[in-house]
Design a protein around this ligand. Structure first.
Ligand SMILES: Cc1cc2nc3c(=O)[nH]c(=O)nc-3n(C[C@H](O)[C@H](O)[C@H](O)COP(=O)(O)OP(=O)(O)OC[C@H]3O[C@@H](n4cnc5c(N)ncnc54)[C@H](O)[C@@H]3O)c2cc1C
Ligand code: SF4
Length: 509
């Protein structure tokens, strides 16, 4: 059953075995596992319920309906734009389909430094395999890479760097290029077309347009309070309370800590909201004589992973293609006036790659602003900044090797050149202060981190909060360190494993 705000006329009071807050990767996967285990599951989702018929492949519709703050969510200083989904299926509904396992060296660090149990590569193997099979994760054949992805494959290989196809969670992809706007063909096997409908089939109820504002503990029961949001006005139209012995907070690494902070729960360590990682991202643009059209075809299907953990320090970067839709281009392209106009005119000739840094000395925090909404801050560390600079230089080199005539970055100070040497010099001179380069994150993680050491963390290895029996956080918040890869497979695998544990150990009847 999927209930929407338009179906609600009076305050809602419900009870269940499990109330899950958020229907993205963490919430959706948990809902399916628990519903199929015979538990009564209610999922609360702040965003709306949309299906492929609603996805018209325009940015106007997608940003309005599917994204947090219409794709304008950012750190308080506006230095980093933080993209997240807000709809049934969560960020997976707008994700770009790259599907990768957690690197072994990352899982080994979680065990060694945080005492995490049960999440070694070997122990996660059956969960990775299950996710990969369920979501039809596969590599695209060579002929399916669009010109934007070919830049990475061809340019990197010419230079002798490792570059290859990345896994994608699609079936019968029509190469429509709209993954970030909601797939109009249901070809992207995102949570909204897989875990959520299967959870519903097994009896779960999804309450869309329901925003949780607070959780309270009432003896052995937990109560989730919140508001039903009117679909037209986006204002609260009535309220709800859901009672359950088990509550899973799965509202994402930005919104889960905010909910716990508002509720005054699970924070005896003082760690809720701390250790935010972004997989910090910026871009390199190349101008080509040939047509690239950076929004067409399969948007993200290849990567260059030569430089991840290359020095063995757990850091480094990764290069991927990025689908640049026209509005996004108009916001992201550097410069103003004539320079900006000239670039927009050449839109179809732009190739765009992103450099994603696996943080080792940068960290952010999620707190609460005066309205009780998330307040996001982030400090960019020196070593990560060096990796970002190196990554932009390598990505520029790749573009030149692939035939770009001119290459530029997203610095506020003009940073462009017609040669790799010139680009290296421009990047050495470029300013790196706050708001002097456009930065993005679509992978916020780590704000309710997992460890068996309760004083340093929020949840244990089963994602149960150290402070409250039966209160779980299952989403991107729980990673103890930055991941270095796109996170959806990691979150889905951890969610499936933790939800199984809950069914066996907290809800066994
Ligand atoms: C544009 C974009 C592209 C991406 N591409 C990829 C990719 O190619 N590969 C990859 O691996 N990852 C990708 N990601 C990241 C990936 O989608 C996320 O890491 C993952 O979905 C996070 O899962 P989650 O469960 O932590 O949160 P989400 O999936 O974000 O789900 C959280 C849900 O909770 C809801 N919520 C928040 N607050 C409340 C509240 N108070 N009450 C009720 N509900 C609430 C939100 O509306 C949201 O639906 C991408 C993300 C974006 C935004
Ligand atoms: S590229 Fe494929 S998966 Fe993405 S929106 Fe188009 S059809 Fe759907």
């Amino acid at each position: 059953m999927i209930v929407q705000s338009k179906d609600i006329t009076k305050p809602v009071r419900e009870s269940a075995d499990v109330c899950i807050i958020g229907s993205g990767c963490g919430g959706g996967a948990s809902a399916k596992v628990l519903a199929e285990a015979g538990k009564k599951v209610i999922v609360i989702e702040e965003g709306g319920y949309f299906t492929s018929g609603d996805f018209d492949m325009t940015e106007q519709t997608a940003y309005q309906n599917l994204y947090q703050q219409r794709a304008g969510q950012a750190t308080d200083d506006l230095a980093v734009t933080v993209l997240q989904g807000k709809c049934v299926g969560g960020s997976s509904t707008v994700a770009w389909t790259t599907s990768l396992r957690t690197p072994d060296f990352v899982l080994a660090k979680w065990k060694k430094d945080f005492g995490v149990n049960g999440l070694s590569s070997k122990e996660l193997e059956p969960y990775f395999e299950r996710v990969e099979k369920y979501l039809n994760i596969h590599l695209e054949p060579e002929e399916n890479h669009n010109p934007n992805n070919r830049i990475i494959l061809d340019g990197a290989r010419k230079l002798g760097y490792k570059a290859h196809a990345s896994g994608r969670n699609t079936k019968d992809c029509q190469k429509a290029g709209a993954c970030g706007l909601g797939c109009p063909f249901d070809a992207k096997l995102s949570v909204n077309v897989t875990y959520v409908p299967d959870a519903v089939k097994a009896g779960a109820a999804i309450f869309a347009n329901f925003r949780a504002s607070r959780i309270a503990i009432n003896g052995s029961l937990k109560q989730v309070f919140g508001h039903v949001i009117d679909q037209e006005t986006h204002k609260a139209k009535t309220n709800f309370v859901i009672e359950a012995p088990v509550v899973i907070v799965a509202a994402s690494a930005i919104h889960s800590p905010a909910l716990l902070l508002r509720s005054g729960l699970a924070n005896s360590s003082g760690e809720v909201g701390k250790h935010l990682t972004f997989h910090l991202t910026s871009a390199v643009l190349g101008l080509y004589d040939r047509i690239i059209y950076p929004a067409g075809g399969v948007p993200q299907s290849a990567m260059c992973d030569e430089f991840l953990n290359k020095n063995g320090d757990g850091g480094g970067f990764w290069i991927e293609a990025v689908p640049v839709y026209p509005t996004l281009a108009s916001l992201a392209l550097p410069g103003f006036g004539n320079r900006h106009r000239e670039l927009m005119r050449q839109y179809a000739h732009i190739g765009a790659s992103i450099v994603l840094v696996k943080e080792i000395d940068s960290e952010g925090e999620v707190g609460l602003n005066e309205y009780g909404r998330p307040s996001i801050s982030y400090a960019f560390g020196e070593r990560d900044r060096e990796y970002m600079k190196q990554g932009l230089k390598i990505a520029a080199e790749i573009h030149f090797a692939a035939g770009a005539k001119r290459v530029m970055t997203l610095h506020s100070h003009k940073t462009e050149s017609t040669s790799p040497q010139g680009m290296n010099e421009a990047l050495d001179q470029a300013p790196w202060g706050t708001n002097e380069i456009a930065l993005y994150s679509a992978h916020p993680l780590g704000t309710c981190r997992m460890s068996e050491h309760a004083v340093r963390s929020v949840v244990d290895s089963h994602c149960e909060t150290h402070d409250e029996n039966g209160l779980f956080v299952i989403d991107g918040s729980v990673t103890p360190t930055s991941l270095g890869v796109n996170p959806q497979v990691t979150i889905l695998a951890i969610a499936e494993k933790s939800a199984e544990w809950i069914a066996e150990n907290r809800l066994k009847k």
